[in-house]
Design a protein around this ligand. Structure first.
Ligand SMILES: Nc1nc2c(c(=O)[nH]1)N[C@H]1C(S)=C(S)[C@@H](COP(=O)(O)O)O[C@H]1N2
Ligand SMILES: [Mo]
Length: 431
């Protein structure tokens, strides 16, 4: 072969079996199909990404020990609000629903463009080589964020790394590669929609389902040797759409809970969590969190501190003798499920006053749990001050069950579930 200094070296890939473009014969593939799927995918990815970054912000990772990993530069310049109380149900629900709904469309898109994986030469020019490296990051990044997201919903961690930083950093790689991809491919989409119309190919019946032609002057996923069609584009995309809608419905069942929870066929855990008023979703049981039973019995006391200084030690009966406030508040877990219950307890602001904490002081809440990232959480001054922010002692009129955080747990409106610390034993207000 002649040396061409302007052309990058081609990779030695075998030209047999599926490693050839000509192996991929579906007449449905081509730039229109790829563009149509991309147009369906993009809004879902935009919503999923924005709500993902909002979720990270909602953790208030720059506060106390809230950060689940060392983030380097901190991008967050606002404090997560304390209302409306369902704010995190909404943002995290959208994150889970749009993410799940995107999966069938993403897989269809990868199916649609697979012949281009076997393009020869592997790089026609340095620019084309760069574009293909971008594509490798896009495909790898997307599969990684979606796979880790789904595993996290299933609370299944078969991998040897920590979910949050991996999902978070992979999202940056994925989105950077996606931006690059959109810039390089928007012309193909425009040309495909101009030539074939946005919806026109959906109206063809099987007899009129022709192989997609190449776009003039472009390399696309159109088949080089098309086989006869076995289904219409309408049927293919309809099937993908039904899969996407079904996953969205299951996600919605998990997010909204209540009677819709029955739709959540693929979500983990059963639906028996305790007795009567305490029979609703449990994140981690007292047993799983290794709660020492002697520390949550009659000898339990709540300690209030300001800085290093102890200001009060209170029994559960003394807490119950204080002014009790009742509020309907959701627990909204990062895994997407939520459940709204009626909580009763003492206002956090009342405990701050009792401790003699300064106005607006941050609050570190520590549980009796011996170890683990969820053992403690830090709240902002605004979260402590909010009307409905409680140290809850009861739920739906009954004492908290051990699994829901007996003797006392934090409940703060709009706060991600993870910071609603259960089995609280100490509150440290900042000076
Ligand atoms: N001490 C402690 N508090 C905790 C947890 C925990 O593991 N340990 N899990 C958190 C998470 S992730 C959620 S979603 C909520 C769930 O509350 P529930 O189990 O009462 O539904 O509790 C939070 N509080
Ligand atoms: Mo959670």
């Amino acid at each position: 072969m002649e040396e061409d200094a302007r052309r990058p070296p081609s990779l030695p890939v075998p030209e047999v079996g599926p490693f050839r473009r000509s192996f991929w014969k579906s007449p449905l593939r081509g730039p229109w199909l790829a563009s149509f799927l991309s147009a369906a995918l993009l809004p879902l990815i935009v919503i999923c990404s924005l709500t993902g970054f909002l979720s990270h912000a909602a953790y208030n990772p720059d506060l106390g020990d809230n950060a689940l990993f060392d983030q380097g530069v901190d991008l967050y310049f606002f404090d997560w609000p304390t209302g409306p109380s369902w704010l995190y149900v909404l943002t995290q629900g959208l994150h889970i629903i749009t993410g799940l709904a995107a999966i069938p469309i993403l897989l269809a898109k990868l199916w649609a463009v697979i012949p281009q994986l076997f393009e020869r030469p592997t790089a026609r020019s340095w620019a084309h080589g760069l574009e293909r490296i971008g594509l490798a990051l896009l495909v790898g990044g997307s599969l990684f964020v979606f796979a880790t997201g789904v595993l996290n919903i299933q609370i299944y961690y078969p991998f040897g790394f920590s979910f949050v930083p991996a999902h978070y950093y992979a999202a940056f790689v994925f989105l950077a590669a996606l931006a690059f991809h959109i810039v390089t491919k928007v012309g193909v989409m425009r040309a495909a929609f101009r030539e074939r119309g946005v919806l026109r190919p959906l109206r063809e019946d099987l007899a009129h389902t022709e192989p997609e032609p190449e776009l003039a002057g472009r390399h696309t996923s159109a088949p080089v040797a098309a086989a006869p069609p076995t289904m219409t584009r309408r049927l293919l995309l309809g099937t993908v759409g039904v899969g996407s809608a079904a996953l969205a419905a299951m996600g919605t069942g998990q997010v909204v809970g209540g009677p819709l929870r029955k739709l959540a066929l693929l979500s983990p855990r059963g639906d028996d969590f305790g007795d009567g008023p305490n029979d609703f979703q449990v994140n981690k049981t007292a047993e799983a969190a290794k709660i020492p039973m002697d520390k949550v019995g009659p000898d339990w006391r709540l300690t209030l501190e300001v800085g290093e200084e102890r200001r009060a030690v209170i029994s559960r009966d003394e807490l119950l003798a204080m002014e009790q406030v009742t509020a309907d508040l959701p627990i909204a877990c990062v895994e997407g499920w939520s459940t709204t219950q009626t909580w009763t307890g003492v206002r956090l602001s009342e405990l701050a006053r009792m401790a003699g904490a300064a106005d607006g002081a941050e609050l570190q809440v520590i549980s009796v749990q011996p170890a683990g990232a969820l053992r403690q959480a830090t709240l902002t001054g605004d979260q402590v001050a909010a009307e409905d922010s409680l140290l809850a002692l009861k739920v739906n009129g009954a004492d908290l069950s051990l699994d829901h955080g007996f003797p006392a747990r934090v409940m703060v409106p709009a706060l991600p579930g993870v910071h609603n610390t259960k089995w609280v034993e100490k509150m440290v207000f900042a000076t």
